[in-house]
Design a protein around this ligand. Structure first.
Ligand SMILES: [Mg+2]
Length: 335
């Protein structure tokens, strides 16, 4: 079995861009409303190209994370902070409040502990894929780096739990060949063990939610999304109106649950997987980005349809960033 790791690094990063681009027009919209707009999503994309003309903060922050790793030959907190401050000049597209407020404070000289927002939102998970790729051979370094990098902007344990789980999932999928598939049981063992054994109640809840996802893979996409759209969300954030609806809450645990659920339901086709992710409802662009990072690393760039790659703004830059990140990885860890 010969795996092209460069192809997988690039696939993961462009997967973020594709999911983000496809999902952005559907951010904050119920899944049933999204599906009332078209017969097939494929035709809808073709006849509404202008709607899908940009990615958002998910892809922007992923590129800055990759850049920080490249500059530092691995994790260096000052490089990370500086890169995230540079993001303010991009300027941010559709950013989450937690991330934006923390990074603005960092820009004006606050230290991380004071700047970090107590948000359990998705800001850290949407940008985590380069860490999952770079630390693929170093699970302990991956867990440590995912947690520290997450806490730069989000001090809430849901954010760090989600970031670790997705980074670990990416590192697992990097070594899997889509021609042969992988053991879903083993996949869950790996990602759950990355956060298990903690005394923290939110991390324990994350383990419970992931275990429920594993047990509910027989559900349809719609039924699974209804089940997990608000997983772990507590009052006053829980939205009563969305009970029994597919609308992924922008909370780390619910978004990670939904992204993993949809990814595992669509292992055969990158395209189908991305279509389902980006039309999930609610935080659609981030479900698309996170799930896209998983599907992208699993299938690799060469297995991603060119028309989807071409849909993404700056796709050449994103693919080039994957190449530089891989070169930095080789430089640090060898072949
Ligand atoms: Mg976004």
């Amino acid at each position: 079995m010969k795996i092209d790791y460069l192809d997988k690094f690039q696939g993961s990063l462009i997967g973020v861009g594709i999911g983000d681009t496809l999902g952005y027009p559907f951010e904050g919209i119920l899944r049933e409303e999204i599906y009332s707009k078209f017969d097939t999503f494929e035709n809808y994309i073709k006849s509404n190209r202008k709607l899908f003309n940009t990615y958002t903060d998910d892809t922007q922050l992923t590129l800055h994370t990759a850049q920080a790793l490249i500059r530092g030959n691995g994790f260096n907190i000052n490089n990370f902070i500086n890169e995230y401050i540079l993001w303010l000049d991009d300027p941010p597209i559709g950013p989450g409040y937690g991330c934006l407020s923390a990074i603005k404070k960092l820009k004006y000289g606050s230290d991380c502990k004071k700047a970090s927002s107590n948000s359990g939102g998705n800001g850290t998970i949407m940008r985590i894929s380069p860490i999952g790729l770079f630390y693929c051979r170093d699970p302990e370094g991956l867990i440590k780096t995912s947690k520290i990098s997450s806490e730069i902007t989000h001090s809430h344990p849901a954010a760090s739990a989600g970031a670790i789980v997705i980074a670990r999932a990416i590192s697992y999928l990097l070594f899997q060949d889509p021609k042969f598939g992988f053991s879903v049981e083993e996949f869950f063992n790996v990602i759950i063990s990355s956060i298990s054994g903690s005394q923290d109640s939110t991390w324990r809840e994350a383990v419970t939610i992931l275990t429920k996802v594993k047990k509910n893979l027989h559900l349809s996409i719609e039924a699974g999304l209804i089940k997990f759209s608000q997983a772990g969300v507590k009052p006053p954030y829980f939205i009563e109106d969305y009970i029994s609806k597919a609308f992924v809450h922008p909370y780390a645990l619910s978004t990670v649950a939904c992204a993993i659920f949809i990814f595992l339901k669509n292992l055969k086709s990158f395209k189908e997987c991305l279509y389902e992710l980006s039309t999930a409802g609610g935080d659609s662009d981030t479900v698309g980005s996170i799930g896209g990072s998983l599907a992208g690393v699993y299938h690799g760039l060469n297995n991603i349809p060119k028309d989807l790659v071409n849909l993404v703004r700056n796709n050449k830059k994103i693919i080039k960033t994957g190449q530089y990140l891989f070169a930095t990885f080789l430089n640090r860890y060898g072949k």
